[in-house]
Design a protein around this ligand. Structure first.
Ligand SMILES: Cc1cc2nc3c(=O)[nH]c(=O)nc-3n(C[C@H](O)[C@H](O)[C@H](O)COP(=O)(O)O)c2cc1C
Length: 422
């Protein structure tokens, strides 16, 4: 059986948990340099091991240092220079708070820098500190279950998300386009642009009176835009699953709880069929997990507890992430402990045999074609993370008959010259 592995890397500042507790780790230049060093070693290893992609998050104002990734596209451009085959993604660009035109342009540039290895990831955004500040001119709001104004904020968030996505797709696919939406008028009416060079070199952009009537981005992506793989992190809204099924977007499913994950697969499968997509059950989606392999269970647990175990219980639980671990019908608080994250199946952690059994069960249950390991670069010891990836690919996967495969990008039909590094 073949699967694709895609690494999710926040990243965090390159420092042990104690350094975070001393404060302002996100602004310590030494820790950011260490994070880049760790990530550069990870990225070249993932490229060599046959991972399909690596994707970075988008979080702003992270003085705490647990998520130091303001611009996953810029970080991706850096990663593209370190790698040859690994695709470069984002998990994800927080679309409701971003200018969709600027993001469409940046992703197109990343696609050219990487010679067609760009993968696009768009998240809805759960941190009010980031979304409401960066997106204030768009009246953007984050979406988080513990938000007292969840219903209205979630409605606005999704409205902006969908319109921004539509604009990005137009910008990638159409040389010239206009967009008259609720939040954007592209171009805005009344721009006089009677430039003779534009009339000659970009016919259709201005009308006979010299009014700007259409715009376009340059460059557009190197890949055929209809083939660019797009993913969306999914935490809890069925509406996100349905939308992604209709759009041919790959949702990255968070919950490891089998009945819930199966429910997501059922919903995605039926919504995809209704949209005329012929997909087998379980296909078209990715599953988000942590995977830590070491020589012994105890060693792996120690790495997990210094990495994701620390980040999740110290930061993410506050946003309700533990809800992804709740069994159907379970009431009361979910224990906010690294052990709970392991016991409920989010973190597959242990020796080669332990992880092989857990992964084999997951594959039998969910038939995944894509698994997205969360690699906690930063607080976790980098050598242990590198060893874990090696053991996963060279010991665990062969043990359960799994081969790695990669998505094959399709360049636009009019790409005739060698790409810049060839
Ligand atoms: C794999 C993964 C990556 C995510 N990355 C980000 C991110 O970079 N920035 C962010 O604000 N939210 C991120 N989120 C959270 C999503 O924004 C969150 O799922 C959303 O707020 C809830 O969406 P839903 O109700 O559509 O599922 C991520 C979630 C997952 C599962």
């Amino acid at each position: 059986m073949k699967i694709r592995l895609g690494a999710f890397i926040l990243p965090s500042a390159g420092a042990p948990p104690a350094a975070f507790e001393r404060g302002f780790a996100g602004q310590n230049p030494n820790y950011y340099q260490a994070a880049l060093r760790d990530c550069s070693r990870l990225l070249t290893q993932l490229d060599d091991l046959g991972f399909d992609f690596a994707a970075f998050s988008e979080h702003h104002f992270h003085l705490e240092g647990l998520e130091v990734s303001n611009n996953p596209v810029m970080l991706g451009a850096w990663a593209a220079m370190l790698t040859k085959h690994l695709r470069i993604g984002q998990m994800g660009n927080v679309l409701p708070a971003r200018n969709p035109l600027l993001l469409a342009e940046d992703l197109a540039m990343l696609d050219h820098f990487s010679e067609g290895r760009m993968m696009a990831g768009f998240a809805r955004g759960y941190q009010a500190r980031h979304v409401a500040t960066i997106g204030q001119k768009l009246n953007a709001h984050s979406t988080a279950a513990n938000d007292p104004q969840y219903a209205e904020h979630d409605r606005v968030n999704r409205e902006l998300f969908v319109e921004h996505y539509e604009i990005i797709r137009k910008a990638w696919a159409e040389p010239l386009f206009s967009h008259q939406g609720k939040h954007w008028k592209l171009p805005p009416p009344g721009i006089q642009w009677n430039h003779p060079a534009t009339r000659h070199m970009a016919p259709g952009m201005i009308d006979d009176d010299g009014q700007l009537v259409k715009i376009g981005i340059a460059p557009q992506p190197l890949q055929d835009p209809s083939t660019i793989e797009v993913c969306i992190p999914f935490t809890m809204s069925p509406a996100t699953i349905e939308w992604s099924a209709q759009q041919g977007v790959t949702p990255i499913i968070f919950t490891p709880i089998e009945p819930l994950a199966k429910g997501c697969l059922d919903l995605y499968h039926s919504a995809a069929q209704q949209a005329g997509r012929n997909l087998a059950w379980g296909k078209g989606v990715g599953h988000f997990r942590e995977i830590v392999v070491a020589d012994t269970d105890a060693e792996a647990i120690a790495v997990m507890e210094r990495g994701l175990g620390y980040i999740w219980t110290r930061w993410h639980d506050w946003f309700g992430f533990n809800e992804a671990l709740r069994y159907p019908g379970e009431t009361g608080d979910i224990p906010n402990t690294p052990a709970c994250v392991r016991e409920r199946g989010y973190s597959l952690c242990g020796s080669v045999d332990t992880v092989a059994r857990a992964l084999e069960h997951m594959i039998e249950t969910l038939s995944p074609e894509m698994i997205v390991p969360w690699i906690s670069a930063g607080p976790a010891p980098i050598d242990a993370l590198l060893k874990s990836n090696e053991l996963l690919v060279q010991k665990v996967l062969p043990k359960i008959g799994i081969e790695l495969t990669r998505f094959k990008p399709t360049l636009r039909g009019d790409v005739t010259a060698p790409t810049w590094r060839r």
